[in-house]
Design a protein around this ligand. Structure first.
Ligand SMILES: Cc1cc2nc3c(=O)[nH]c(=O)nc-3n(C[C@H](O)[C@H](O)[C@H](O)COP(=O)(O)O)c2cc1C
Length: 202
């Protein structure tokens, strides 16, 4: 028997997109928790996986954390335009979010993000070398003077200066669903302080 397909209204679809993003935050088991973040580098486009750490649907914000010394930070300081690509292979939902990113290294929000992060996810900021640096032999880039296992925020404080928050403001969302009964695609754009919603050809 063929399953009946329910096609949502566009505002309901937009709400369920933000809801899914919200439920994916910082949950590595959720496919939308680790989007590909694309930036504009001096030699052309650059892309890498990041973890979606926080979100505010009302402010249209997506937030990731990174190392101040990584290439993407300089790229984003030069040109804040960035694209987030999410894919869920279960539902076969792709989401492409166009945004502008602010790099925050100090201030209340960056401090809050640091203090509310699990200590185990902050250990990488104590690595002695910048990410992407050439090494003569395989290198884990972990701090030598920190015992493996649990660490407190106090023990990790030396990594705070390497920790930066990438806070994106989303300008548009492009949603695509692959489906045996026909693919569907919709575009949502923030225009004149509200979302405009359109079906577009897949
Ligand atoms: C599943 C997964 C999640 C990752 N999450 C992050 C992250 O949240 N932040 C980050 O800076 N790098 C993360 N990385 C590493 C990046 O993909 C990338 O290798 C690193 O940030 C260096 O990128 P860049 O040299 O382009 O700046 C993750 C990699 C994987 C595979």
């Amino acid at each position: 028997m063929t399953e009946t397909r329910t096609v949502p209204e566009l505002p309901a679809l937009l709400a369920s997109i933000w809801d899914r993003l919200e439920k994916s935050c910082d949950r590595i088991s959720q496919p939308w928790s680790h989007p590909v973040l694309s930036t504009i580098g001096s030699a052309g486009p650059e892309a890498r996986t990041v973890i979606l750490r926080r979100l505010s649907a009302s402010r249209r914000e997506l937030v990731a954390f990174t190392d101040r010394r990584s290439a993407k930070v300089d790229e984003l300081r030069d040109d804040g335009r960035a694209v987030w690509t999410f894919y869920d292979p279960q539902d076969r939902w792709q989401l492409v979010a166009h945004s502008t990113i602010d790099v925050l290294s100090t201030g209340d929000f960056a401090d809050l993000c640091w203090h509310e992060s699990r200590p185990e996810s902050l250990r990488c900021y104590l690595g002695p070398y910048a990410p992407g640096q050439r090494t003569p032999e395989p290198c884990f880039n972990t701090p030598l003077d920190l015992t493996p296992g649990a660490a407190t925020h106090g023990e990790l404080e030396a990594g705070r200066s390497n920790f930066v928050v990438l806070r994106a403001t989303v300008h548009s969302l492009d949603w695509l669903e692959l489906h045996s009964q026909g693919n569907l695609r919709a575009r949502f754009a923030w225009e004149e302080s509200k979302w405009t919603c359109d079906w577009v050809t897949p």
